[in-house]
Design a protein around this ligand. Structure first.
Ligand code: ADP
Length: 392
């Protein structure tokens, strides 16, 4: 069955087409700068990359060009061959604890949830509607970033704010990156040959979150009401004392939105180091003993370690700690610094294994009480699997 996996942003559209259930990628690509000047798209077929400069006035135009490419490259002979399309949707609120086939009710709910994710849900909806119009026979499925975390108990998801904020305004922890944490959990069930896995999954990319997985279910995560909570990220602050916002507004004569923008776009790696939001540049400067880069890297690692320690106590029994995302998969230095801090818990690194470069590998040594693994995440295939499960 041919299935498209789609991730639509406000000015971009990423896609992969899979032959399911074999998880074989037939074509993948990304349309960028939609609605802006200098728009273009790139495609990858059989390892060959193509880039085309085109006018992309809106997402519908991108879907039209994508459809033409599918036919011209003989991926499909007619669009009717595409049986289902899985869409990444950022916010499913507390309505969706699973992926769902999209109908008018779902469209309305996702739209209503835009209040909670004003930057993401509207863009996701534009993508969904553009595909529904052009490839109308395919079943559309929504896969929510929040869904995997709906198994978190109330005592973990509730903030200690007036209870009516939760009842009236849906103020609570939601958590994000659920598709990645779910994928890692499903891989770890295979790797450990065990269904009821207890894990601490570390998704360390430009955005970053940890998840405490108990018996295969998310029971806590570091992101909260929005993705700005928890760990230090590329440009996001993660956890802060909210009252500093008022102080900075006064001192810098900025309005609330400007300060929130600073916390979202100018904090994290970029804000502390003044070098970059890209961890590779921080690492390079760290290795050259740049003072701010050393500080950034240490703060980054400490925050992760403090959450791992918290989840270790929370879970009581941990089968494995996993590292994924651009940093988790590629930065042996960051992994080493984290695991060295975990020695009081009896967790030890094997430095030789840690330097390997593979999709999935063990990095802890034989004496470690908890196994540590690098597991390459694949949110796209998870979207395709969920879509196949609901549409087949
Ligand atoms: P996103 O959250 O945007 O999906 P990614 O998972 O792609 O982010 O992760 C981006 C981060 O991964 C960047 O900070 C980047 O520097 C880092 N990264 C990618 N490759 C490497 C590498 N080889 N070594 C260290 N960090 C890397």
């Amino acid at each position: 069955m041919k299935i498209l996996s789609v991730n639509a942003g406000s000015s971009s559209l990423k896609f992969q087409m899979y032959e399911m259930p074999y998880e074989k990628v037939l074509i993948s690509g990304v349309f960028e700068r939609i609605g802006l000047k200098d728009s273009f798209y790139t495609l990858k077929i059989d390892g060959n990359k193509v880039k085309k400069q085109v006018n992309l006035e809106d997402h519908e135009k991108a879907v039209e060009m994508l459809s033409d490419e599918l036919i011209n490259n003989n991926i499909v002979s007619s669009l009717d061959e595409i049986k289902a399309i899985g869409h990444r949707v950022v916010h499913g609120g507390d309505k969706y604890s699973d992926s769902v086939i999209i109908d008018d009710d779902v469209l309305k709910t996702v739209e209503d949830l835009s209040k909670l994710a004003p930057l993401h849900n509207p863009a996701n909806l534009i993508g969904i509607k553009a595909f529904m119009k052009k490839i109308s026979k395919a079943v559309s499925v929504a896969i929510f970033d929040t869904a995997f975390h709906q198994t978190i108990e109330k005592e973990e998801f509730l903030y200690s704010t007036p209870y009516e904020w939760y009842e009236k305004h849906q103020v609570r922890k939601y958590g994000f990156h659920g598709t990645s944490h779910k994928y890692i959990t499903s891989r770890m069930k295979d790797v450990l040959n065990k269904e009821d896995v207890n894990l601490i999954t570390c998704h360390l990319g430009n955005g970053a979150s940890l998840c405490a997985v108990k018996n295969g279910e998310s029971k806590d995560t570091t992101m909260g009401f929005t993705p700005n909570a928890g760990l230090i990220m590329g440009t996001r602050s993660g956890d802060i004392d909210f009252t500093l916002i008022l102080h900075v507004m006064d001192e810098e004569e900025k309005d609330l939105n400007e300060v929130l923008n600073d916390l979202n776009k100018k904090s994290g790696f970029l804000g502390i180091s003044k070098i970059s939001s890209d961890s590779r540049e921080i690492e390079e400067a760290y290795l050259n003993n740049d003072e701010k880069a050393v500080l950034t890297q240490k703060m980054y690692v400490k925050r992760i370690v403090s959450y791992i320690a918290k989840y270790f106590v929370f879970l009581k029994e941990v089968d494995a700690i996993t590292f994924s995302g651009g940093i988790g998969e590629n930065s042996s230095l960051t992994r080493k610094m984290i695991i060295e801090e975990l020695q009081p818990l009896g967790i030890y690194l094997d430095e030789t294994l840690n330097d390997k470069r593979e999709d999935e590998f063990l990095i802890s040594n034989d004496s470690s009480k908890v196994k540590c693994y690098v597991i390459k995440t694949d949110e796209e295939v998870m979207i395709a699997k969920e879509t196949y499960r609901l549409a087949k």
